[in-house]
Design a protein around this ligand. Structure first.
Ligand code: SAM
Length: 261
């Protein structure tokens, strides 16, 4: 597992999936992949890759391992409260139909949490919630909308009863009224074109392995994708170091605003 092998592996992965490991923190990603390959009989990155690529399910599991999909409803509830009490009411003063993007949405818990909030805050009104992720398999899971009790643990019990039905195997299926609002799509934040005109963008717990350069480009692209006055919501450990340089003002900690025109 030498450097030449690593470079070849990265190249193969990029060509097959569009995931460019150059844009991820090298040490952490390599360690993560070393751990995985260490548990197999393969002695090089490329022989591992050549094997795993032959089996659709194995390859999907590998991508899932690489992209780290852990998520839950109302993740970091205190921040979600701020969204409900301060951020969304502020945005709704300007327009009554919000254009929202959950970027790196994983299993869908984040966009569906938003869908619940918007339904409660503006009954009968229609908003757009776009939810994207790099991992096509995880989007499939998000579209199914079936969750374990653990993935719902941060949610108020009344919401659990109201918006989910119990499946025969003890899981929770999200109701169509919440599900139908969310539009899922595959999108690579480090590669694909961005839509614009968003009132609110959420990108939480996604950039942990991105290089500083990749993060800077990403946050600049989000800035351009927001409407003037729009807000970017980031994860609890993901303060943007060069926020001011990009042009953001701080609406509240972890909520960055593109200034009004
Ligand atoms: C830990 S989950 C975060 C889910 C949710 N935002 C939350 O906070 O619970 C990270 C997600 O980011 C996605 N991701 C990683 N790199 C990405 C990229 N370049 N473009 C889009 N999504 C990416 C992964 O596939 C994964 O589903």
């Amino acid at each position: 597992m030498d450097d030449k092998d690593w470079e070849l592996f990265k190249d193969k992965l990029n060509r097959k999936t569009g995931i460019d490991l150059q844009l991820y923190k090298e040490q952490q990603m390599r360690r993560r992949i070393n751990n995985l390959i260490g548990k197999t009989e393969f002695k090089s990155y490329t022989t591992y890759f050549n094997d795993v690529v032959k089996d659709k399910q194995k390859f999907a599991d590998f991508i899932e391992y690489l992209t780290i999909n852990v998520s839950e409803f109302f993740r970091t509830p205190d921040k979600f409260n701020k969204l409900e009490t301060d951020v969304i009411p502020y945005l709704l003063k300007k327009t009554n139909s919000l254009n929202i993007w959950s970027a790196g949405c994983s299993i869908g818990a984040e966009p569906y949490s938003l869908s619940i909030i918007m339904k409660e805050m503006t009954p009968g009104k229609r908003h757009r919630i776009l939810a994207t992720d790099l991992d096509i398999e995880i989007i499939g899971k998000a579209k199914q909308g079936i969750y374990t009790a653990d993935e719902l643990r941060a949610m108020r019990p009344d919401r659990k009863t109201k918006y989910f039905t119990k499946t025969p195997d003890g899981k929770f299926a999200i109701k169509p009224e919440i599900k139908s609002v969310v539009e899922f799509r595959r999108h690579n934040l480090l590669k694909d074109r961005f839509e614009n005109n968003f009132d609110l963008i959420l990108c939480r717990n996604v950039v942990i392995y991105f290089t500083e350069e990749a993060k800077s480009v990403l946050y600049t692209n989000f800035f351009k994708a927001l409407k003037p006055g729009g807000i970017l919501f980031v994860g609890g450990t993901e303060s943007i170091l060069n926020a001011r340089q990009i042009g953001y003002t701080t609406f509240q900690p972890f909520f960055y605003q593109r200034p009004e025109a």
